[in-house]
Unconditional design. Structure first.
Length: 256
């Protein structure tokens, strides 16, 4: 199935928008403020992670290959006044690296060859989630377009259902099951839902608007933030019906 909701041009534009959203959120904020959704990080760590991730990804898009990296450095410019420009520059550099050769295939030592657009998309959704982290820390409004939020859920499901993913996160193997289904039902009429099936040999999923053994329903923004573990079920504008233990089990094993 085609799991991508967004085209490359939209991905690049959204990446710049959300990098700019982080830049705006952190402008004037306390550098050592703790990030409530990443409690082991300060705002400085968050900024460093995002900016370094964009630069790291731009480098391997240009090289055509990447080593196995499990932790991106979190170093950032010493002066917080430089953060907004540094964040925007990193996103711009990543988009330029992609646009220089959009058809390029990038080698990965575990996941195998992947198109450059896959990596641009990964950086987009990492940035979208970290934009929420920055906004919640700074106490400013956070927004994400429904098409971007929906593509984020699609991309997340691709990641966790990838057979090689358990190499990075062994707990993902515990999501195998006996046919139990989890459904996400966006409240936006234009956004189809998702049904995830826990199978003995891995995860299956499809775009479908029907209930499952557990169903969570609400705005696609909140569904995305819930699955990214940035909002708890009780804090999101969602309703949960059916077997709530399936949702708890899922969230406990998908903490990236």
């Amino acid at each position: 199935m085609d799991d991508t909701v967004l085209g490359a041009e939209r991905i690049a534009r959204a990446l710049r928008e959300h990098a700019g959203g982080i830049a705006a959120a952190v402008a004037g904020a306390a550098p050592d403020a703790r990030v409530p959704t990443c409690p082991e990080w300060t705002l400085r760590d968050l900024v460093g992670h995002v900016g370094q991730a964009h630069r790291w990804a731009a480098g391997f898009l240009r090289a055509g290959e990447t080593d196995l990296v499990t932790q991106v450095p979190r170093t950032s410019p010493g002066s917080a006044a430089d953060w907004p420009g540094w964040l925007r520059d990193g996103a711009d550099d990543l988009v330029r690296a992609f646009e220089a050769d959009p058809g390029r295939t990038v080698a990965h030592p575990v996941m195998g060859p992947r198109p450059a657009a896959m990596w641009l998309r990964r950086m987009l959704h990492d940035t979208v989630v970290h934009h929420a982290d920055a906004a919640f820390t700074a106490g400013v409004r956070y927004g994400v377009a429904p098409d971007v939020a929906a593509d984020g859920i699609n991309e997340w499901l691709v990641l966790v259902s990838e057979p090689a993913a358990a190499t990075f996160r062994p707990e993902l193997a515990e999501l195998r099951g006996r046919g139990e289904t989890l459904a996400l039902r966006p409240s936006e009429p234009s956004v189809p839902g998702w049904v995830i099936t826990r199978l003995p040999d891995g995860l299956g999923w499809e775009r479908a608007s029907r209930d499952g053994d557990m169903t969570v329903a609400g705005p696609v923004r909140d569904l995305m933030l819930l699955f990214a573990r940035r909002l708890a079920p009780g804090d999101a504008a969602v309703t949960v019906t059916g077997d709530r233990s399936l949702l708890d089990h899922w969230l406990a094993r998908t903490a990236f």
